[in-house]
Design a protein around this ligand. Structure first.
Ligand code: NAD
Length: 416
């Protein structure tokens, strides 16, 4: 988390939940059941470092709600991944999987570590130990981890291997694996591709010509780099991009593939000669058509909300805007498409990966992308019409759809 604040990120997500629950008229008891995580686990993750010393990390797995199916949620490696943050991310997964109508619940995992400081063999040992500590909670029909910030397909391959040592070969136990290990074609790009699909659709509604549209992307990891690359291929101008080390601005458009090559070689974006250096703060406040926060949570707050100049914000990151800032930005006439809609492409293709493995049958990448597009547009149109019909924001509409579906599943299961 970037700054100290009174409400935790979980409290803030619950403000969005409460807002939907009020309009849906949910009873107090049902609200409590829906708000609180069903199960939380905190674990110790000791790792023998390359220098022979033992370092002990803290890990979590939060299973927020499993009424609609097995839990599904990413694993984050980040120093800020404390219990409150993992809870918040797990609850967002519950509303997201329901919004895009997948037969999943919501969960999230995290280890408080800066993965950039560990060698590959240290990361391998950390991942195996974390997997052993949570293995009794996960599994193909229980809870299916996926990559998130600080983790990737290699992490998922290690998780699958560690889980398989105890339970036998279990490729459906994790998603976002390398294709060579049963991963789905198109999974790596899926979250960014989903963002790009939504831009094309929302632009029609906003009367925005995407050809040459000025796009600003914060974060150049899995989600940000794929979103930027696909949007550039679609004719957009990516005028600014940043990583944790700072940003770059080029009014004529950055060369995204060259920047990717540069990042591969140097580990960051600073020093790239195809643009002027800017800070992450300056980047968020740039004059542009579309702002895509694709890095960390809580980057748009009351401190900078009034300075946002974009016409459309696509929340590729989870919870990039605090509730107070959300209100201010909305009042300023900016359209915001919320995280639980915009970044759902990752879990949608995780679901495709899981179903492909269970059927032992693999899809072509073109089929994955087509089905992803259909799923994203169906959810967008549901959110859009609800927002118009009820005169509410896209976020309010998205939470309404998600919360209503989970509430219905809880009632139908009849477990109280
Ligand atoms: P990643 O680790 O691949 O990349 C993160 C990027 O953010 C890097 O470029 C990093 O330099 C940058 N960054 C980190 N801290 C920053 C800071 N303080 N300021 C500016 N930039 C910073 O992570 P990712 O998988 O691309 O995830 C990014 C966001 O998207 C997260 O909020 C994640 O929860 C969300 N998300 C990811 C997926 C997925 O499939 N990977 C799916 C849904 C949502």
């Amino acid at each position: 988390m970037l700054k100290t604040k009174e409400l935790s990120t979980f409290d803030e997500v619950n403000l969005f939940f409460d807002n939907a629950a009020d309009r849906l008229g949910l009873t107090n008891g049902l609200r409590e059941m829906l708000k609180r995580p069903w199960r939380e686990l905190q674990v110790q993750v000791p790792v023998r470092m390359d220098n022979g010393e033992i370092q002990v990390f803290t890990g979590f797995r939060v299973q927020h709600n499993g009424a609609r199916g097995p839990y599904n949620g990413g694993v984050r490696y980040h120093l800020g991944a404390d219990l409150e943050e993992v809870r918040a991310l797990a609850s967002l997964m519950t509303w997201k999987t329901a919004l895009v109508n997948l037969p999943y619940g919501g969960s999230k995992g995290g280890v408080q570590v800066d993965p950039g400081q560990l060698s590959m063999s240290e990361l391998n040992r950390l991942t195996r130990r974390y997997t052993l500590q949570i293995e009794h909670l996960i599994g193909p029909n229980r809870d299916i981890p996926a990559p998130d910030m600080g983790t990737n397909s290699q992490t998922m391959a290690w998780m699958m291997d560690a889980y398989g040592q105890l339970h036998g070969h279990s490729p459906a136990a994790v998603t976002g694996k390398p294709v060579e290990m049963g991963g789905s074609l198109g999974r790596e790009a899926a979250t960014g591709r989903g963002v790009a699909f939504l831009l094309q659709e929302a632009a029609k509604d906003l009367g925005l010509d995407t050809d040459g549209a000025r796009i600003v992307v914060q974060g150049f990891g899995n989600v940000g780099s794929w979103a930027a690359r696909i949007m550039a291929d679609n004719g957009c101008r990516i005028v600014a991009i940043s990583g944790v080390d700072g940003g770059l601005y080029n009014a004529g458009g950055l060369d995204v593939p060259r920047l990717q090559e540069y990042q591969k070689m140097t580990g960051g974006v600073t020093g790239f000669t195809g643009g002027d250096q800017i800070s992450n703060q300056e980047l968020l406040e740039l004059d542009c058509d579309v702002l895509v926060p694709a890095a960390i949570d809580n980057v748009i707050t009351v401190d900078n909300a009034r300075n946002i100049k974009a016409h459309l914000i696509l929340e590729a990151a989870n919870h990039p805007i605090t509730p107070d800032a959300d209100r201010i930005v909305n009042e300023g006439g900016v359209t915001i498409l919320p995280d639980i809609l915009v970044n759902a492409g990752g879990v949608v293709v995780s679901y495709f990966e899981w179903t492909q493995i269970l059927q032992e049958f693999h899809w072509e990448e073109s089929r994955v992308n087509e089905e992803l597009q259909k799923t994203m547009l169906r959810a967008y149109n549901e959110v859009r019409s609800r927002s118009i019909n009820e005169g509410i924001t896209h976020r309010q509409a998205a939470f309404e759809v998600g919360v209503q579906r989970v509430a219905r599943a809880v009632e139908l299961r009849g477990f109280v």
